[in-house]
Write a protein that binds this ligand. Structure first.
Ligand code: KIV
Ligand code: ZN
Length: 512
């Protein structure tokens, strides 16, 4: 294999990633992520599944229209309706539009889900690829559940779709079942047994049910796959997908034995990870490889000593290489607009003048209460003031009395679709009273699945951050809120989740 083989990075955060419970994003949020992926310089952005809903269609169309550089893919099943709808959204990307069509190829899926014999599945796939290829030469075909597919049939399918016009053929481990050695063998088998394999790029798409998605993707690359499908922070259905930051940093760090190139600008990885977790409310676990809060923290004395003597004793990659600036500039009450804007830009936020103004007002208010403002505080401000829109329900003001004598009471004033409403409600505790008041005013009846609070930085004056996970009519939503008063942060998180639910419902044209 040549030493300069290029691996294409196909990001599916906006499609497979969005299938994570509670990760649904609105159009504005998807566009923000797409811009960050553009900065990261991924090769392909899978922007959605256009036939799934009006919202998905619009998101793919807007991403195709707006993003320059990466190719834009849209997913569709192997039927003409799906493909036509996908191309209607993708055509705005012109030659960069990629139709990604799929059908399941494993016996269990063909028999029990599709109820089709293999020959029919093969015929359907070929027809679909030919139909897609009439729109664009940029056609990807995925053999869903490829890992559990009989190898001879997989090879037959891959050869047939390449003949029909597929220029990328994807081998997904849909259920996260493979182990690395096995994946290596599957890709090797296809390279040896598919006569026209040289006419297409072989791709790998791994789910993480056994925690092996990155390892399997690397094994596939070593066997000759030329594209890896992944998501930021590894979000995705169930245990998630192969994590972009892990696979890219593994390739970069172990170039000595994996001599492959890719186009990702790794210094934007940390910004992408933070932006995604701010938008979705899905918190990155502290010990997560590459982007977790502890990934570059050296606690043990012996390690600290080693790192001080020579970083390479315990550090296999630098924080700077993923865009994590360890010399954080701290802002405070005397910091002016200039320093504030410069810091936001360094953190990767491209904000409009109006957005900067909103964030600056909030920054000044916080700086009056808190001596030092850290990057994490700025993230929370940007998330709270700018990213979390649109708000059908707005918190105007609230007051809570609680303690060991009187019953906790929350007085909450909201603006709901332009109308101001106020109520006071008692509860078992201040948070319970607050949530009850919000439920009463909005007349929404979510079930609280999970509630967590944390402080964004250290100190008693720190911003508190709250995350709630709600169930509304069977749909899970996550909400986040930050404030120096933790009860206000809780109210904001609760309202943020309700706004997300309303937004998702509007996108799907469901009336609550
Ligand atoms: O996991 C999977 O099989 C998929 C395909 C649709 C590519 O996401
Ligand atoms: Zn998948």
């Amino acid at each position: 294999m040549s030493t300069t083989q290029k691996i294409k990075i196909f990001d599916t955060t906006l499609r497979d990633g969005e299938q994570s419970p509670g990760a649904s994003m609105n159009m504005e949020e998807k566009l923000r992520i797409a811009h960050q992926l553009e900065k990261l310089n991924v090769d392909i952005i899978e922007a959605g599944f256009p036939i799934a809903s009006e919202g998905d269609f619009e998101a793919v169309r807007r991403v195709a229209q707006t993003i320059k550089g990466p190719e834009i893919a849209g997913l569709c099943r192997a039927n003409f309706n799906d493909i036509d709808r996908a191309w209607d959204a993708l055509k705005f990307a012109g030659e960069r539009g990629r139709i990604h069509t799929f059908i399941a190829t494993s016996d269990i899926h063909m028999e029990r889900k599709l109820k089709m014999p293999p020959a029919k599945v093969l015929e359907t796939a070929v027809k679909a690829v030919k139909h897609a290829a009439a729109y664009t030469p940029n056609v990807e075909f995925s053999c869903e559940d490829a890992v559990r597919t009989r190898l001879e049939f997989l090879a037959e399918m891959v050869a047939a779709v390449i003949d029909a016009g597929a220029t990328t053929v994807n081998i997904p481990d849909t259920v996260g079942y493979a182990i690395p050695f096995e994946f290596y063998n599957i890709i090797s088998y296809l390279r040896e047994n598919v006569p026209n394999i040289g006419k297409a790029v072989l791709s790998v798409h791994c789910h993480n049910d056994l925690g092996l998605a990155v390892a399997n993707s690397l094994a596939a690359i070593q066997a000759g796959a030329g594209q890896v499908e992944c998501t930021i922070n590894g979000i995705g259905e169930r245990a998630g997908n192969c994590s972009l930051e892990e696979v890219v940093m593994a390739l970069r760090t172990r170039k000595d034995i994996m001599p492959y190139e890719n186009n990702v600008r790794t210094e934007h990885i940390y910004g992408a990870s933070r932006l995604l977790s701010t938008i979705t409310g899905i918190v990155v676990q502290p010990n997560k490889a590459v982007v977790g809060a502890n990934a570059f923290a050296h606690e043990a004395g012996i390690h600290q000593h080693g790192v001080l003597m020579d970083k390479e004793t315990y550090e296999i990659m630098t924080p700077e290489s993923i865009g994590l600036n360890t010399n954080k500039l701290v802002l405070g009450k005397h910091s002016g607009r200039h320093a504030f804007i410069a810091r936001l830009q360094e953190l990767g936020y491209d904000l409009t003048k109006d957005d900067i103004e909103k964030a600056f007002v909030r920054f000044k208010a916080l700086a009056d209460k808190k001596k030092e403002i850290f990057d994490e505080d700025l993230d929370a401000i940007v998330a709270d003031e700018i990213i979390r829109i649109p708000e059908t329900i707005k918190l105007l003001q609230m007051n809570v009395s609680s303690g060991s004598f009187a019953a906790p009471t929350a007085t909450v004033e909201l603006e709901i679709k332009g109308k101001i409403k106020k109520t006071a409600v008692m509860g078992d505790g201040p948070v319970d009273a607050t949530f009850k008041a919000i439920k009463k005013l909005t007349r929404m009846k979510p079930t609280l699945i999970n509630f967590s609070v944390g402080s964004i930085t250290g100190g008693t004056d720190a911003l508190g951050e709250c995350t709630v996970r709600l169930d509304l009519d069977g749909h899970e939503v996550l909400g986040q809120g930050a404030h120096s008063d933790i009860i206000v942060a809780s109210a904001k998180a609760f309202i943020n989740a309700l706004n997300k639910a309303l937004n998702a419902a509007q996108r799907k044209q469901v009336h609550l």
